[in-house]
Design a protein. Structure first.
Length: 215
């Protein structure tokens, strides 16, 4: 179990805070509480990151494209929460990523997040079509803030609609933003933005001080 991490403000220019350690629940929770997340790289010790530019989605800035809004109205899928966490993370690991030859979701990472889920600290939203899992999203509750980790879809709009369900749930618990760590084109299209690391860490601390109970 990791006892402490260096100050994220001391990270390398690439955002590396530390190398090595384990993926025990206590280590993962300590990392997320401090704005740090694991990101394995082949051939290297486990790397822990806090990027100089952090991607966040403020719910007030959420942009729902017309096509997504129409899909939402059509009630294409049914949604559940925490019904199939392992299946969601396994599907995220299998999902093809443009420009990537593999996945950062190694078997050790999957087991680490599944342990967090069993402790009630990692959560998923699932999209179902005729009893088949066709999309989903999962992330980590960092004592009030929430870090979205990954999502997948096998049917059109399934992952984005699952994300909207997650945002609805978090908003109903008093949370106004989502940590998405690293910007992606589809999250940018939904209204996400990058903020400096110092601003992110201050926001993280303020949100944790609210004592929100997300689940």
């Amino acid at each position: 179990m990791i006892q402490a991490f260096p100050d994220p403000r001391s990270a390398t220019p690439e955002g590396i805070v530390a190398a090595g350690g384990d993926l025990q629940p206590e280590s993962l929770l300590l990392a997320y509480r401090n704005g740090i997340f694991p990101w394995p790289h082949p051939g290297l010790a486990l790397l822990w990151f806090c990027p100089p530019a952090r991607a966040v989605l403020e719910f007030q800035d959420l942009h729902v494209a017309r096509s997504l809004a129409q899909a939402r109205k059509r009630l294409l899928y049914t949604f559940t929460m925490d019904r199939a966490f392992r299946d969601v993370i396994a599907a995220c690991a299998r999902a093809p990523r443009p420009g990537q030859g593999g996945t950062w979701l190694t078997p050790a990472m999957i087991e680490g997040y599944c342990r967090l889920h069993r402790l009630g600290r990692a959560h998923s939203v699932e999209a179902w079509e005729a009893g088949r899992l066709v999309g989903g999203v999962y992330g980590v509750d960092a004592d009030g803030p929430f870090s979205g980790e990954s999502m997948f879809h096998l049917r059109p709009y399934a992952s984005k609609l699952a994300l909207l369900r997650l945002i609805e749930h978090l908003g109903s618990r008093g949370l106004g933003w989502l940590d998405i760590q690293v910007m992606t084109p589809h999250m940018k299209a939904m209204g996400a933005k990058e903020i400096p690391r110092d601003e992110f860490l201050k926001r993280l601390a303020r949100t944790r001080s609210l004592g929100l109970k997300l689940f």
